[in-house]
Design a protein around this ligand. Structure first.
Ligand code: SF4
Length: 351
């Protein structure tokens, strides 16, 4: 049963008063005229296809192989998701030596460096890879540029698990750059043999600025066809920009270590709106609301819809009873499961 965490996914119909505004966003009144305060939930929000796949993989592995199933790093950066899976028998580890020989091990959606794969093989683990296919694509680009003997400038957050994984493909050739200032200070041996790649969950604006500076300094630098920021990150950021035109405060449901959730807060603030990252409804502080008449709500790509519903209920209890949904982009991306788990799911469905 794949219900506990994903029962109400980002595309679940939870709205009380759906408002599909298509591509354009007409002005929305900040109150409904009879004094009710407004809560505007924007879509797309919450689980992306990579997170759905990763959570499915752990749940199916628990069904197929029984507990415990070991997971390298948090499967996705969300406390609620991790806790739910832990209760069902997942054990989260940071190193391969914590996993008993021969056990089942899932790699998280963020990906791993090749040395972790090698260690898992040496320990004869049964590995199931939940790396998001869009992260794998960046790994393959890194390998291609390394084969071309280029120095790889990886734009992202140095300590993030995804950057740890991608930079591990060619550690001797990779430099991580996180800001325009770092791009300015970068020293390279051969400025004519460079390439850049980006983390998938960055701010579109910050990334554009860093790439522009790199291109200015190193005009022949190679790069991906577009940047590597994934569709889910881009869609959620664009949705928050639209939401920021309609409300006074934006709450983002997501964990503190979730890169894309933190970027949503920054995008809202950049658009001139107050914004707060909240783990769940318990984080809401009355003083943030004050005399705020309109609140916007979104969720990072690893935050489940159940938390959005709980926040909506809490805000209703605080007077935000005019609750609407702002639907902007219909996401229909799906990623396939590893073959053994797809087969298990099919077999279970037939029983
Ligand atoms: S945020 Fe993007 S890259 Fe990360 S898991 Fe989701 S779809 Fe994949």
């Amino acid at each position: 049963m794949l219900t506990q965490i994903q029962g109400q996914r980002a595309n679940g119909q939870a709205s009380r008063e759906p408002a599909n505004h298509g591509g354009g966003v007409p002005g929305i009144p900040r109150t409904n005229g009879n004094g009710q305060k407004l809560l505007m939930r924007v879509r797309p929000r919450g689980f992306c296809a990579g997170v759905v796949r990763a959570v499915d993989i752990v749940e199916l592995a628990l069904e197929a192989f029984g507990s415990p199933v070991y997971v390298h790093h948090e499967i996705v950066h969300n406390r609620y998701v991790v806790e739910q899976l832990r209760r069902r028998g997942a054990i989260f580890v940071e190193t391969i030596r914590e996993v008993p020989e021969g056990a089942v091990l899932v790699f998280s959606a963020h990906g791993v460096p090749p040395r972790v794969r090698e260690e898992a093989q040496e320990r004869r683990l049964k590995v199931i890879d939940a790396t998001c296919p869009l992260v794998t694509k960046v790994h393959l680009e890194a390998l291609r540029f390394a084969r071309e003997e280029r120095t790889l400038i990886l734009i992202g957050h140095r300590d993030h698990q995804e950057i740890v994984g991608t930079s591990g493909e060619a550690p001797d050739r990779t430099v991580v750059v996180g800001t325009v200032e770092e791009a300015d200070q970068l020293e390279v041996a051969d400025p004519t043999r460079l390439a850049y790649l980006t983390q998938t969950t960055l701010s579109m604006y910050d990334t554009q600025e860093i790439v522009a500076r790199l291109r200015q300094r190193f005009p022949t630098i190679a790069g991906p066809a577009s940047d590597d920021i994934c569709y889910a990150t881009q869609n959620r950021q664009e949705a928050v920009e639209a939401l920021a035109r309609e409300v006074e405060l934006i709450l983002v449901v997501g964990s503190a270590n979730s890169s894309n959730s933190n970027r949503l807060v920054e995008v809202a603030q950049r658009a001139g709106v107050r914004s707060r990252l909240i783990e769940d409804a318990n984080d809401i502080q009355a003083e943030w609301l004050g005399d705020t008449r309109s609140v916007g709500l979104t969720a990072g790509a690893s935050a489940p819809e159940i938390l959005v519903e709980q926040v909506s209920q809490k805000l209703a209890s605080l007077g935000y009873t005019d609750q609407r949904d702002l639907d902007l982009i219909n996401e229909d991306v799906r990623f396939t499961l590893p073959p053994e788990l797809a087969a298990h799911r099919e077999a279970s469905a037939r029983v």
